[in-house]
Design a protein around this ligand. Structure first.
Ligand code: BG6
Length: 467
């Protein structure tokens, strides 16, 4: 676990590649602005682009990006804008990286953050090294890390030629979400929950990350990627790891990452008959999508977690676009009571207890319980107990605030270790490119009905506050 042992120095400048790109506009710039607004001591930010913008234009672009998410406070924005600098590079010309040397002159340690297409990661690392910009620096790369296990390993080999493993960080913004990290705290702090989350009590667990929006203007990227690689191989397997992992020996980054990785190692490789994929009707009309594309926009799979706590409990994950609602939840269904004197009737007909962990749209947990309805002691009604976690966020802007401040400080706990990336590719390795076509589904539905067969009782739970 060499890449989790050391935190490394705090960066004196953030070198942000792709500052004029989509990811920077949607996530990174708004998150940096919020950090400044909330009093975080942000270092200088050297935006790197291929040219075509002046510094003033960059600042205006940053303001527009922030304004799309937040009300812009002029004073705060002025403080943020003062920290922004611009360097122009040509990825075909390592000499051009001299502009970064000039803009970071006198700064001690650097964090290079690559918000650029993955095929440029190795090129950027090589060019940085050619100007000595790798010597006192760490490298942060966005997802996806590879297209499969072999390409992930190749990328790792290439990047570690220039940046040692303990100075390489792989982003998975789900690891930056408070509400997901809270899974561990919530369980450790509440014996009631920790005891219930065990094969003795749990019948099955469903993880759903459904989205009501479609691929929109990301056709080109998405068609190469598909749902399994876009969100399941990374985000949802990391979420699963947080849910099934044991409490780490300590709160150190090393112990947390170690335990999360151990959880992933215990997940069996998914078999082709444990996977159902779908494609929403109309997807192929999206600009950038290939005619006759067989890329999936919906993925559902069954998993097995071979640990003392979870052995024998069926897990299912589903994710997709153009579905009926947007929601991310983990639902643990408890075993039904054994028929007995009082509850013979309930045991036969009533709904099972559920523990519903909600991340999006509102973080919290909902308990589905049963209570006697009236005079007849055997008749029960379902009652819900909602606990909202108003201070916890599952939002991606907040997640990026954490990711960026950790990228600057060096704390590795909210990044994917190479070992966990390797495990995640291994888990989906046998289902990455199936020969059959995805099953069509109508936008605004819950995806292909066939996916229900993966669950032990033939149904998926809808989100708690659906539609
Ligand atoms: C991104 C995917 O990584 O995660 C998107 O590329 C997806 O397709 C998004 O919509 C989901 O993230 P969040 O934080 O909105 O749940």
């Amino acid at each position: 676990m060499a890449d989790t042992q050391t935190d490394g120095p705090r960066a004196d400048a953030l070198v942000l590649f792709g500052i004029t790109g989509d990811l920077a506009a949607k996530m990174v710039l708004p998150a940096l602005y919020r950090l400044v607004r909330d009093g975080y001591p942000l270092c200088e930010v050297v935006g790197v682009s291929r040219g075509g913008k002046t510094l003033d234009e960059l600042r205006r672009h940053a303001r527009e990006a922030v304004a799309a998410h937040d009300t812009v406070d002029d004073k705060v924005f002025a403080r943020f804008a003062d920290l922004l600098h611009l360097a122009e590079v040509d990825y075909g010309d390592p000499e051009s990286f001299q502009s970064i040397v000039e803009k970071t002159e006198g700064r001690g340690f650097l964090t290079h953050y690559l918000a650029i297409p993955p095929d440029l990661y190795a090129v950027a690392a090589r060019c940085l090294a050619s100007r000595g910009l790798n010597e006192r620096a760490r490298l942060v790369v966005e997802k996806p890390f590879g297209h499969d296990l072999a390409s992930a390993r190749d990328l790792e080999t290439e990047l570690t030629r220039y940046f040692p493993p303990d100075r390489l960080r792989r982003v998975d913004h789900y690891l930056g979400k408070d509400a997901i990290e809270n899974l561990l705290t919530f369980r450790a702090a509440n014996t009631l929950i920790d005891r219930a989350l065990h094969r003795d009590a749990i019948h099955t667990v469903q993880i759903s990350a459904v989205e009501d929006f479609d691929v929109a203007d990301r056709g080109g990227f998405y068609d190469e990627t598909g749902c399994l690689r876009d969100v399941v191989q990374n985000h949802l397997l990391q979420l699963l790891a947080y849910f099934v992992m044991e409490t780490p020996r300590s709160g150190s980054a090393e112990d947390v990452v170690l335990e999360r990785t151990r959880a992933l190692r215990s997940v069996r490789t998914v078999q082709p008959d444990e996977y159902v994929r779908g494609q929403y009707e109309g997807y192929q009309d999206t600009p950038g999508v290939r005619a006759g594309s067989t890329t999936e926009t919906y993925a559902a799979l069954r998993l097995h977690v071979d640990t003392e706590r979870w052995a024998g409990v069926p897990f299912t994950i589903q994710a997709g676009k153009a579905l009926k609602a947007t929601s991310t939840e983990v639902i643990a269904e408890l075993r039904k009571p054994v028929p007995g004197y009082h509850h013979t009737e309930c045991a036969r007909t009533a709904a099972p207890n559920l523990l519903r962990f909600r991340f999006e749209p509102d973080a919290g947990v909902t308990f589905h319980l049963l209570a006697r309805r009236g005079a007849d002691e055997t008749v029960v009604d379902e009652v819900f107990a909602d606990a909202d976690f108003p201070h916890l966020s599952g939002s991606n802007t907040r997640a990026y605030e954490r990711i960026l401040s950790d990228a600057i400080s060096g704390d590795p706990r909210r990044f994917s270790s190479m070992e966990s990336v390797t495990e995640c590719w291994r888990i989906v390795g046998d289902i990455l490119d199936p020969p059959d076509k995805p099953i069509p589904y109508r936008p605004g539905t819950w995806g292909p009905a066939e996916a229900a067969r993966l669950t032990p009782d033939g149904h998926w739970y809808e989100p708690h506050r659906a539609v």
